[in-house]
Design a protein around this ligand. Structure first.
Ligand SMILES: [Zn+2]
Length: 493
C-alpha cells in the first residue's frame, strides 16, 4: 500500500461522504440554486470530514465543466484536477493552529482578499482550527465578512466552537458535523476493503469502528494498519496483531457480572485479561464508558448510536434489571480505583478491589483475589533475564530495520509483531527481546517463526544468535506506518 487509505480514497463527490448527509444535502441545494453565502462555519470533532467537505465545496464552485444547477464537481476539468492534486491556486488553506506568528495569518487574509481570483470564479479560504486565530486576525476577518467581495468564500473549521467570537459566528452559516455511527463507519470500511480487494470479517470492522470512537479518519488509519499486514482474508485473530487488545464485548460482559453481583466470574475475567496482556487501563476506561451509557439510557431512555444493535439490546436488559443508584455506585467505585492501575505492580488489583466492593462480601470471591495476587507476584519474580553486556546492543539496533525487511520475505505478519518488541540485551550470542504483549511472545516462541528469525539473524551476522523473549507491558512502542506521516488532513483528505 503506497498511500494511506484516507488519502488514496478521499471522497471526490458529495455523494461519497458518509455520515454528514445533513450538511452535504444543504450545501448541494445552495450550489444548485446559486444561493451561496460567503462564510461558512464547520464545527465538530476532529477527523470527521470538515476539511474534505470544504475542499469539495471549493471544487464544485470553481468546476468549469459541470452543468448549470449540478452540485457535484466533474472531477475532470483543470480546476477539479488541481483541487484533487492539492495544488489549486484559488483555494487558500490556512492552519491557524500551526502558525505561531499569528499576524502572518492576518496578512495572508488581507493580502489575498484584495486580489480577484485569477482564472476561476471564486477564491476560497479554508481556515482550519479557526478558533486559534489571534484577535487581530479575527478583526481582519470580520472586516472582510462585513462586506465580502462577490468572489470570496470563507470556510472556517473548528473543533472548539465556544472560542469563536460571537461577531464572527453571527456572520457565518453554521454546520454542525456529527460523529458517524458504528454502522456508517463499517459501511465505509467495507467499501475500502472492496476497493483494496480484501475480505475482512465484519467483527474486525466493528472493532475498528469502536476503537476510533466515531473518528472516520482514525478508523481508516487503523484499518490501513491491518491491511498493511498483507493478509487477503482478514480474521479477528489477524486484527489482534494491530488493534489494542481490549474488547468492548468483554467490558460489556464484565459490566453484566457487576450488575448481577457475580463476583466470581468478574474475578476470573480480570485474571484472564491480565494473562492475555490486555491493557487494563483501556479496559477500565471502556467499562466506565459503558456504565456511563447505561446511566444515560436509564435516565433518558435513549440509546447511544455509537454502539452496535446487539450491545444496545444488552444495555436495555441491564437498564431494566438495575436501579439508578446501583449504576452510580458502580461508576463511583471504578472511577475511584482507576488511577491506581498503572501505579501498582499488579495492574489487575484495583479492578479486583472494585469487584469486591461492588459485589459485596463473598468468601469465594475473596479467596480468588488473594490467589490472583500471589500468582501475579510469582509472575513478576520470574521475569527478567540476566545478560552480560559483552556484546553490543547497538550492533543489533542499527541493523534492525534491515532484519525486519528480510523477515518480510518469509512472513508478512512477523515484522509487525517484531515492531511491537524491542531488542534490549545482546551478549554476542543471546539476544533479548522485550515484548509488549504476551500474545506476541507466543507468536515469536512459535517454532516456525523462531526459525525464520534465527535464520535471518544468521544471514545478517554470519553466526548463530539465540533469541530470548520477555514480556514488558510498560514497553513504549510507536506503531506507525512509515508512510503515514500526514495527520493534518481530515478524513478522506
Ligand atoms: Zn470540474
Amino acid at each position: 500500500m503506497s498511500q494511506v487509505l484516507y488519502r488514496k480514497y478521499r471522497p471526490k463527490l458529495f455523494s461519497e461522504i458518509i455520515g454528514q448527509e445533513h450538511i452535504t444535502r444543504t450545501l448541494q441545494n445552495e450550489i444548485k440554486t446559486g444561493r451561496l453565502v460567503h462564510s461558512y462555519l464547520f464545527t465538530g470533532p476532529r477527523g470527521i470530514g470538515k476539511t474534505t467537505i470544504a475542499r469539495l465545496l471549493a471544487k464544485s464552485l470553481n468546476c468549469t465543466e459541470k452543468k448549470e444547477g449540478e452540485p457535484e464537481p466533474c472531477n475532470k476539468c483543470g480546476h477539479c484536477e488541481s483541487v484533487n492534486l492539492g495544488n489549486a491556486l484559488n483555494i487558500i488553506e490556512i492552519d491557524a493552529a500551526s502558525h505561531t506568528g499569528v499576524d502572518n495569518v492576518r496578512d495572508k487574509i488581507i493580502e489575498n482578499v484584495r486580489f480577484a481570483p485569477s482564472g476561476s470564479k471564486y477564491k476560497v479560504f479554508i481556515i482550519d482550527e479557526a478558533h486559534m486565530l489571534s484577535i487581530s486576525a479575527f478583526n481582519a476577518l470580520l472586516k472582510t465578512l462585513e462586506e465580502p467581495p462577490e468572489d470570496i468564500v470563507f470556510v472556517l473549521a473548528t473543533t472548539e466552537l465556544h472560542k469563536i467570537p460571537a461577531t464572527i459566528l453571527s456572520r457565518c452559516q453554521r454546520f454542525d458535523f456529527k460523529k458517524p455511527t458504528v454502522k456508517q463507519i463499517v459501511e465505509r470500511l467495507e467499501k475500502l476493503a472492496k476497493l483494496e480487494e480484501i475480505k475482512a470479517d465484519k467483527k474486525v470492522l466493528e472493532r475498528v469502528a469502536h476503537l476510533s470512537e466515531g473518528g472516520m479518519r482514525d478508523a481508516e488509519g487503523l484499518f490501513g494498519q491491518i491491511l498493511s499486514l498483507g493478509i487477503k482474508d482478514i480474521k479477528e485473530e489477524d486484527a489482534d496483531l494491530v488493534l489494542p487488545k481490549s474488547d468492548l464485548g468483554l467490558a460489556l460482559n464484565f459490566l453484566e457480572f457487576l450488575i448481577n453481583k457475580n463476583g466470581r466470574e468478574a474475578m476470573i475475567l480480570t485474571q484472564d485479561l491480565q494473562e492475555k496482556g490486555v491493557n487494563l487501563k483501556c479496559f477500565t476506561d471502556q467499562l466506565i464508558e459503558l456504565a456511563r451509557k447505561l446511566l444515560y439510557l436509564k435516565i433518558t431512555g435513549e440509546h447511544d448510536e455509537v454502539l452496535t444493535e446487539d450491545m444496545n439490546k444488552k444495555l436495555s436488559t441491564f437498564s431494566e434489571n438495575c436501579a439508578q443508584d446501583e449504576i452510580i455506585k458502580i461508576l463511583d467505585i471504578i472511577i475511584a480505583r482507576r488511577g491506581d492501575i498503572n501505579n501498582l505492580d499488579i495492574p489487575s488489583l484495583p479492578l479486583e478491589l472494585a469487584v469486591a466492593e461492588i459485589c459485596g462480601e463473598n468468601r469465594e470471591t475473596k479467596r480468588e483475589t488473594a490467589e490472583s495476587r500471589n500468582n501475579a507476584k510469582e509472575e513478576n519474580k520470574t521475569i527478567g533475564y540476566q545478560v552480560s553486556n559483552s556484546g553490543d546492543i547497538k550492533e543489533i539496533e542499527s541493523r534492525w530495520p534491515e532484519i525486519l525487511e528480510k523477515i518480510k520475505d518469509h512472513n508478512h505478519s512477523l515484522p509487525f509483531v517484531l515492531k511491537m518488541s524491542k531488542p534490549i540485551g545482546f551478549d554476542g550470542t543471546n539476544l533479548i527481546l522485550a515484548i509488549k504483549f504476551k500474545l506476541h511472545q507466543e507468536k515469536l516462541e512459535d517454532p516456525k517463526n523462531r526459525d525464520i528469525l534465527t535464520n535471518v539473524l544468521k544471514s545478517v551476522y554470519n553466526r548463530d544468535i539465540l533469541i530470548k523473549t520477555q514480556v514488558d507491558e510498560s514497553l513504549q512502542i510507536e506503531i506507525r506506518d512509515t508512510d503515514e506521516v500526514d495527520v493534518e488532513g481530515e478524513f478522506g483528505e
